[in-house]
Design a protein around this ligand. Structure first.
Ligand SMILES: N[C@@H](CCC(=O)N[C@@H](CS)C(=O)NCC(=O)O)C(=O)O
Length: 211
């Protein structure tokens, strides 16, 4: 049994999505951002960063969405979310998960949390720099999919696609949503057709960018 501390539509969604893909029994605990519950002493004991997601695994708390995703894929090999250890495709799997978490994650965080960079609103040059870097990262993924798709690992769907899907969703109100790149649009549509996505929307009460 897992317990996922989540907030709808945030970085916890990829972990929730993986749990649904796997069909693993889990409990959800809402972290109410309206009440700043992520900074409550009780929550900070679970996650000293004051962020979601946190996943309790056998009663122990862990954080970082991409790490949690890989752990779940590892613990449930029958779900086929990760190529087997030692296989050639495993290298691409790690590459793309780390790329999304490392190249896109911090940029999105800065885009959506200007106070992280010291202001209530980004000065135009900072916003522009973040926009260019985020779009540059998506251009790279678009080119990769056009040449080597339909999934990040080619023919095989994997947890890397779940992570991509969460990050793609976050672009929906940005200057250039991912659906404006040809291969990313096809990719997003394919992934949004998965039953786990519909289920996630139902449970988290999401509406935008469903399909
Ligand atoms: N690198 C972390 C980022 C987590 C993160 O930034 N979570 C945001 C929601 S998307 C959060 O908890 N924000 C609340 C806050 O910072 O107060 C991960 O991928 O798990």
């Amino acid at each position: 049994m897992y317990t996922l501390y989540y907030s709808p539509g945030t970085a916890s969604m990829v972990v929730h999505l993986a749990l649904l893909e796997i069909g693993a029994p889990h409990r959800l605990e809402l972290v109410d951002f309206e009440r700043d519950a992520q900074h409550s002493p009780a929550y900070l004991r679970l996650n000293p960063r004051g962020q979601v997601p946190t996943l309790l695994i056998d009663g122990q708390p862990y954080f970082e969405s991409a790490a949690l995703l890989m752990v779940l894929a590892e613990r449930h090999p029958e779900a086929g979310l990760a190529p087997p250890p030692g296989s050639r495709r495993r290298a691409g799997y790690f590459q793309w998960i780390v790329y999304f978490a490392n190249a896109l994650g911090p940029l999105y965080r800065q885009w959506f949390y200007p106070p992280d960079l010291g202001s209530e609103e980004h000065p135009p040059f900072v916003r522009e720099a973040l926009r260019q870097q985020i779009e540059g990262a998506w251009s790279l993924v678009d080119a990769h999919l056009a040449a080597h798709g339909p999934y990040m690992l080619g023919a095989d769907f994997s947890a890397a696609d779940l992570l991509a899907l969460m990050y793609m969703r976050w672009s929906r109100n940005m200057p250039r949503p991912v659906t404006e790149w040809p291969a990313l649009k096809v990719y997003a549509d394919r992934l949004r057709g998965r039953p786990s996505w519909a289920k996630l929307y139902e449970i988290e009460g999401l509406t935008e960018w469903r399909a």
